[in-house]
Design a protein. Structure first.
Length: 186
């Protein structure tokens, strides 16, 4: 029995190393937000006591894994005091030939989004980008902007829950890259 375990473990490690090689080459960058740094007021929500610009940041990606057929962009705050975090933006079915989103494209009208892409309902209840709006005095929250390379376009109903969208994205992901920015209100 020991002889069977060792080769399987070796294959599992080799598989992880192969996945890690893809992860190292797939990158996400932005002119508006930086990993580990605080976002500007432009990315703060307008409403719920917040007075920001509610503008989605510029994002660019490169090095997608072979076989990528579409992309998804998810923006999530794991620190929201909800018990389940807060979904700020879920954009799916970005065409495979697109490698950037301009600042401010995440509006409700979505007129500047790549053709064929679809904004899912965020936790504010709109089909758009919803900026940061942590409770005052709650300290710094992390905002994870993650681009996913997908092996196929997703078939989702327009009113799919954030959980269903996240499940379908993860089930079809070939790789991902994240920028984790910060925001707080004193």
């Amino acid at each position: 029995m020991k002889h069977l375990i060792k080769p399987v473990a070796t294959l599992a490690v080799a598989g992880l190393m192969h996945t890690a090689a893809y992860a190292e080459s797939f990158t996400l960058t932005s002119k508006d937000i930086r990993h580990g740094e605080f976002m500007a007021n432009a990315q703060e929500f307008t409403g719920f006591g917040c007075n920001g610009g509610n503008k989605s940041p510029q994002l660019s990606w490169s090095g997608a894994p072979k076989g990528t057929q579409a992309f998804a962009l998810l923006a999530y705050d794991p620190d929201a005091p909800t018990g389940s975090g807060w979904w700020h933006w879920q954009l799916v079915n970005i065409p495979k030939n697109v490698s950037q989103l301009s600042a401010g494209v995440g509006t409700e009208a979505g007129k500047d989004l790549p053709a064929g892409s679809m904004q899912m309902r965020n936790d504010y209840g709109s089909h758009a980008f919803g900026g940061a709006c942590p409770p005052p005095g709650d300290g710094a929250h992390r905002y994870q902007f993650t681009v996913y390379a997908l092996k196929q376009k997703l078939e989702l109903p327009k009113e799919a829950s954030a959980a269903l969208t996240g499940y379908m994205v993860n089930a079809n992901a070939l790789g991902s890259a994240t920028i984790e920015a910060l925001y707080k209100r004193d």
